[in-house]
Write a protein of this length. Structure first.
Length: 257
């Protein structure tokens, strides 16, 4: 796979990096597009087609890209700490005044001071907050309760385990890994392989090295149940919270302020 030097005018093909990230993520989550579509369906249903959005732990801007393609009147602030993924996001959306990206650590109590707005119509995140332990995640939800405007929404699409169903959990895991094994091959890379590719690319080598200095190797935090997410969000000041989409392993929880 070659993505360097193939963009317009011979520059970096940031959209190529974006597509390669999407393919890597879809190998783990074949229903990724479906969950993001439902997320945007609910944004439109609750806050309308021109929302001010915070793309939380935005990575390469996957949510931002889909948001702006569907809702041309929307605006998005992406926030993340990963310098490599932010480089792809900034390169992809360069020149689009509807999107801006902020470097901030969500575990820093002052991270919200770096945002351009004091409140948002919608805060959206996907496949990211499982990096956090329960304590920091609960604290973050409390901060989001203050950041989302009254009538606004927060949505989190991520792995949400049910510890009361161990046999179902084991069967789901076996089926998911069997599907991944069958779809292995071609240009699709797994997590480690994708980062090896980024580390070898001139435009991403330095931010990738910085990224691993910050985070180390991939290590999950915790994956609490849907019920934990909903209860914690209600305790943070959201009036309602429940799942609006689910798969055998993941869920999309929607909270309304």
């Amino acid at each position: 796979m070659t993505v360097t030097g193939s963009g317009a005018g011979g520059g970096t093909d940031w959209e190529g990096w974006q597509r390669s990230w999407d393919r890597q993520q879809e190998w783990y989550m074949p229903d990724r597009e479906e969950r993001l579509r439902v997320m945007l369906d609910m944004v439109e249903a609750v806050v309308g087609p021109e929302p001010r959005v915070l793309d939380l732990a935005c990575g390469t801007g996957s949510i931002t890209g889909r948001l702006l393609a569907r809702f041309p009147g929307a605006t998005s602030t992406g926030v993340d700490l990963d310098p490599a993924l932010l480089a792809i996001a900034r390169g992809t959306f360069e020149g689009d005044g509807r999107a801006e990206f902020v470097t901030a650590d969500l575990m820093d109590p002052g991270w919200r001071s770096k945002l351009p707005y004091e409140s948002y119509d919608a805060v959206l995140t996907a496949t990211a907050l499982h990096w956090l332990k329960l304590g920091p995640l609960g604290t973050l939800y409390g901060q989001l309760g203050e950041l989302v405007r009254t009538g606004g929404v927060f949505m989190n699409a991520d792995r949400m385990k049910d510890p009361t169903t161990p046999r179902i959990n084991a069967a789901e895991r076996a089926a998911r890994h069997a599907l991944m094994e069958r779809s292995k091959g071609g240009e699709v890379r797994d997590w480690a392989g994708w980062w090896e590719l980024a580390a070898a690319a001139p435009e991403l080598a330095a931010p990738t090295a910085e990224r691993f200095a910050i985070f180390g190797e991939h290590a999950d935090g915790e994956t609490p149940s849907l019920e934990w997410h909903a209860a914690t969000l209600r305790a943070a000041g959201f009036a309602e919270a429940r799942a609006v989409w689910s798969s055998p392993s993941d869920a999309l929880v929607l909270a309304v302020k």
